[in-house]
Design a binder for this molecule. Structure first.
Ligand code: ZN
Length: 157
């Protein structure tokens, strides 16, 4: 278990496309555990490989239903629309308004390389879209435009 350093907007690694994971090695398992620890430490709901400097297609998510590991995730369908506030551990203290689908179905592999389907609505759908964008070198700031603003965390601490 270890907390990894979260890369911050401006770091070139956050703009790169990630490679697929072919095999879950002990290193990948350790990476997944560290990513979950790092996400919790930072009070985040999701974290993607490049955010901890690893250009592999792996994402961890916990929107309050327990941690999920998504390896090589792909969105297979999405519908509806939600407009809401979004933030990112790679851009601390900021938030912006982003339009996302309200319902998303994705497929991914777990740590045993078993394929599974994940279906999300609302926050989970938003989180899946946000994290998968990271795997292709994209961040929500590209979608939020001039709605980006400072966030006051006082009430949450
Ligand atoms: Zn992010």
């Amino acid at each position: 278990m270890a907390i990894r350093t979260v890369r911050i907007l401006g770091d070139e690694i956050l703009t790169k496309k990630c490679r697929e994971i072919k095999e879950v090695t002990p290193r990948i398992r350790e990476l997944a555990t560290d990513m979950i620890d790092t996400m919790y430490e930072a009070n985040g709901v999701g974290l993607a490989g490049p955010q901890v400097g690893v250009l592999k297609r792996i994402v961890v998510i916990d929107v309050g239903e327990g941690p999920m590991v998504l390896i090589n995730p792909v969105i297979i369908s999405s519908d509806g629309e939600q407009i809401g506030e979004e933030g990112c551990l790679s851009y601390p203290g900021k938030s912006g308004t982003v339009k996302r689908p309200n319902h998303v179905i994705a497929k991914a592999y777990d740590l045993d390389m078993k394929e599974y389907t994940i279906e999300g609505e609302g926050l989970l759908a938003r989180c899946i879209c946000h994290e998968l964008d990271h795997l292709d070198g994209h961040m929500y700031v590209e979608l939020a435009g001039d709605t980006i603003h400072d966030v006051n965390y006082e009430t949450e601490e």
